[in-house]
Design a protein. Structure first.
Length: 426
């Protein structure tokens, strides 16, 4: 643990009102940033035993980093959380099932795009072959938890295996070239959410960007870093730094808040490796979210139009708290003719997705989601917009749980912007 960072916390309590788990547990300090830091320090000092209760407090944290912007001491809680989880999961005994699940996910799935494509193609086969319809009719899916059954229903229609394997490495600007950029395609984004990646690159082309997409890039490593697999996260960061540093580009564009924030902050992983830290700093400085570059290139001043509707926006925690990108998505949405933008209350509070949190901490995740949907409904929005794949699925899940399917939709901001541009232009 970074003891200096632990000591930076002055126990002032400014973080408490920003913490979803502190609020939802009835203001239990064990589930607050201040409380968790006190527990971490207690374990390091030998005052507190690293018990199951300690692990529970750390596991319950969403990792949303909402405590960071409000902290007067600038405590990097996200770093402390990752270090604590690394210490817990690399030293504590785990069940055979947990070990096997983590090994498959962290070693053989996310880091290997071929495996991601293979798994996604099976999902696509399930969706297109009639197996999905049969499974729903027979009721066999009832063996799954309720939120998992609903999640199965809101997954996007995934592309075919051939489409996922034949991805472009260069796309020219469709207008006068203003910038040369690289695109971080990610793992889930370039499989399950491939159409959103395609919409992102199309927007960049319309905005005047020449795009390179390095084939040697891979998973960002965020899920590993957040789940106590820091060494694996470092290896993936090294792979991506190497893949992009040879490209002479103005920016590296991301379209997933979680990926972008982790890449934007990856230099801290190499505090004991000066050479890699220097390379990571250069890499991180080029990371830019799609909404930021679109505003820089004045995309909001183009003719954008949709049918009249109320739209609201759900912040991606890591885009807002990690990349400090807050106003740009709102500015883009407000620029669309026909859109009546209504800000929902607590738009910046976590939706409860948080990587795999909605699977491993289902009860708390659904509690947080219910509050989010309550605020979204008050806006009377037809469309809920977000900027991260996990948030998107979570909001779709919320719509399903509220019985609003067909009345309300959740979309990634780039899909909405592309529709708005092409509807007016063509």
């Amino acid at each position: 643990m970074d003891y200096d960072e632990l000591m930076n916390c002055t126990r002032c309590g400014f973080c408490l009102p920003s913490c979803p788990t502190y609020i939802e547990t009835g203001q239990d300090e064990v589930h607050s940033p201040r409380g968790r830091i006190a527990i971490m320090k207690g374990v390091v000092d030998g005052i507190i035993e690293p018990s199951e209760e300690v692990k529970r407090s750390i596991d319950m944290c969403l990792g949303c980093r909402a405590c960071e912007p409000v902290c007067p001491s600038g405590v990097q809680f996200g770093h402390l959380l990752e270090q604590a989880r690394d210490a817990i999961y690399q030293t504590n005994k785990q069940s055979v099932t947990t070990k096997l699940t983590r090994r498959i996910a962290f070693n053989h799935l996310f880091p290997k795009q071929k495996q991601m494509i293979r798994l996604t193609s099976f999902v696509g086969l399930y969706q297109r072959s009639g197996l999905k319809r049969a499974a729903q009719k027979t009721g066999i899916l009832k063996i799954l938890p309720e939120n998992m059954r609903a999640m199965e229903n809101v997954l996007p229609e995934v592309p075919k295996k051939k489409e996922m394997k034949e991805r472009p490495t260069h796309l020219p600007a469709l207008k006068k070239q203003k910038k040369r950029v690289a695109f971080f395609s990610g793992c889930l984004m370039d499989t399950v959410f491939m159409s959103t990646n395609d919409a992102t690159t199309k927007l960049l082309q319309y905005a005047g960007c020449d795009i390179v997409i390095p084939k040697s890039q891979g998973c960002c490593g965020a899920l590993h870093g957040h789940s106590g697999e820091i060494n694996a996260a470092k290896e993936m960061a090294k792979k991506n730094i190497t893949a992009f540093e040879e490209e002479q580009v103005d920016y590296i564009i991301t379209n997933a808040g979680g990926c972008g924030a982790f890449l934007n902050d990856c230099e801290y992983l190499f505090k004991n490796e000066p050479e890699w830290q220097e390379r990571a700093v250069k890499f991180s400085k080029k990371i830019k979210d799609i909404s930021s570059i679109l505003i820089e290139l004045e995309f909001d001043k183009l003719d954008l139009q949709l049918e009249e509707q109320v739209v609201t926006y759900q912040d991606s925690c890591h885009l807002k708290n990690g990349q400090k990108t807050f106003m740009e998505p709102r500015q883009l949405l407000k620029s669309i003719e026909g859109v009546n933008y209504i800000e929902m209350k607590d738009a910046g509070r976590c939706c409860g997705s948080a990587g795999i949190y909605n699977i491993v901490e289902s009860e708390m995740s659904m509690q947080i989601l219910d509050y989010k949907m309550e605020q979204a409904k008050k806006t009377n929005a037809k469309t809920i917009v977000t900027a991260n794949p996990g948030c998107l699925l979570q909001m779709k899940l919320g719509i399903e749980r509220e019985g609003l399917t067909g009345k309300v939709d959740a979309v990634h901001i780039v899909d909405l912007l592309l529709k708005a541009y092409e509807q007016k232009k063509f």
